[in-house]
Write a protein that binds this ligand. Structure first.
Ligand code: PMP
Ligand code: GLN
Length: 381
């Protein structure tokens, strides 16, 4: 294994999902819904396959129908205008978008400031690019970025800020003031920004604001999102980038040699999904809002310290009120103790102390599954 990937052998998501399968436990670890997205969108994918649309290599940047739908979505929800031909790129999930963007934009030795806890592929891709990740720790209980600390972390080697809002795993949604402060620093120091907004439609408290909409940001920001979360088809792996022509061209160059193109028929279906009426987005959010509240109340009743998320489909908890200290050990033994799988946040930190006792539960599950999980967790103390 390449030295840059040392210690990154198996992602925590694979480890914990394998544990759920092996033990038959309820899987509130890896973030994927246990109910598929809209039937008509699944049918659109099936139709595309059967009608021979996208069964051979689609265009490298993505099919025009999808690029147009992505541009329309950015305008419909945020008033952002992107040219579908030069400013939109379809990728194999947000994961490939992140990888291609980081590989395209970083030189060895560059520094990247990223929130921690961080989504695990950030660390791997920054390492593969030969760059250095500089963490800005979001600390319990509020998990807000300290903007003075951010300013202090910027050096002449800083090339890029990697932002994630709504934030996995803490559920933090950046406020307009926080975004404005980040944007100001990016402009002042002439930094590129990659913003991972895959949970853009999953905000329960406050609202999602795309970083690219702030003054001075459109030209320096690579915005990334994905159909997986918004439409509950995480297995389709359709993601996208919106950015200036120069940045999209750079990311496309890297993407060409990673996957060349992304799966064709799903692109037709996602183009339809993005055009679903506002009621789809509102109902989806309302359903998850109820599930957030259900799981949060259940976890609190079971004795966990609950950090209520503003967005995403995850709740970060503190296990110290249960008399536990070590989240990794807790998650490895939880299936045997009570038949539930969760994810230890500590694996998303360099500063292990900051994340040691934090454990993440996903609530993108059927109500009866959440209720059963909560009743099992209630036996812990
Ligand atoms: N970024 C974050 C913050 C995520 O939580 C996820 C999904 N696990 C991804 C990126 C990857 O998205 P995709 O499945 O579209 O590759
Ligand atoms: N994004 C999901 C999570 O955070 C799953 C990611 C993955 O399996 N790579 O759980």
């Amino acid at each position: 294994l390449n030295r840059s990937l040392a210690g990154m052998g198996t992602t925590i998501f694979a480890e914990m999902s394998a544990l759920a399968t092996a033990t038959g436990a309820i899987n509130l670890g890896q973030g994927f819904p246990d109910t598929d997205g809209p039937r008509e969108i699944a049918e659109a994918a099936a139709r595309a396959v059967l009608e021979g649309r996208g069964n051979q290599y689609p265009p490298g940047p993505g099919i025009p129908e999808l690029r147009t739908a992505i541009a329309e979505h950015q305008h419909r929800f945020y008033g952002l205008s992107y040219d579908p031909d030069t400013e939109v790129l379809v990728t194999a999930g947000a994961t490939e978008a992140l990888a291609a963007a980081l590989l395209a934009l970083l030189e060895p030795g560059d520094e990247v400031i990223a929130f921690e806890p961080f989504y695990d592929s950030y660390a791997a891709c920054i390492a593969m690019a030969g760059a250095k990740r500089v963490p800005l720790t979001l600390r319990a209980p509020a998990f807000r970025p300290d903007l003075d600390e951010l300013r202090a972390l910027i050096t002449p080697r800083t090339r890029l800020l990697l932002v994630n809002t709504p934030h996995n795993p803490t559920g933090t949604v950046l406020t307009p003031e926080e975004l404005a402060a980040i944007a100001e620093l990016a402009v002042e120091h002439d930094l590129l920004v990659i913003t991972d907004e895959v949970y853009e439609h999953l905000v329960f408290t406050g609202a999602h604001h795309p970083l690219a909409a702030l003054p001075g940001m459109r030209e320096r920001t690579v915005s990334i999102s994905s159909a997986g979360k918004t439409f509950s088809f995480t297995g389709w792996k359709v993601g996208w980038v919106t950015a200036s022509p120069a940045l999209v061209a750079a990311v496309r160059t890297a993407k060409q040699y990673l996957t060349y193109v992304s799966a064709g028929p799903f692109q037709y279906a996602v183009a339809e999904a993005l055009r679903l009426p506002d009621a789809y987005y509102a109902d989806f959010r309302a359903d998850l809002h109820r599930k957030r509240d259900l799981l949060a109340a259940g976890l609190a009743a079971a004795g966990f310290g609950v950090h209520e998320p503003q967005g995403t489909y995850f709740i970060t908890t503190d296990i110290t009120p249960l008399g536990e200290k070590d989240g990794l050990e807790f998650c490895r033994t939880l299936p045997a103790r009570c038949g539930v799988v969760a994810v230890p946040n500590v694996v998303f930190y360099d500063d292990a102390e900051a994340g040691r006792s934090l454990v993440r539960f996903a609530f993108c599950k059927r109500v009866r599954v959440i209720e059963e999980a909560v009743s099992r967790l209630g036996t812990l103390r």
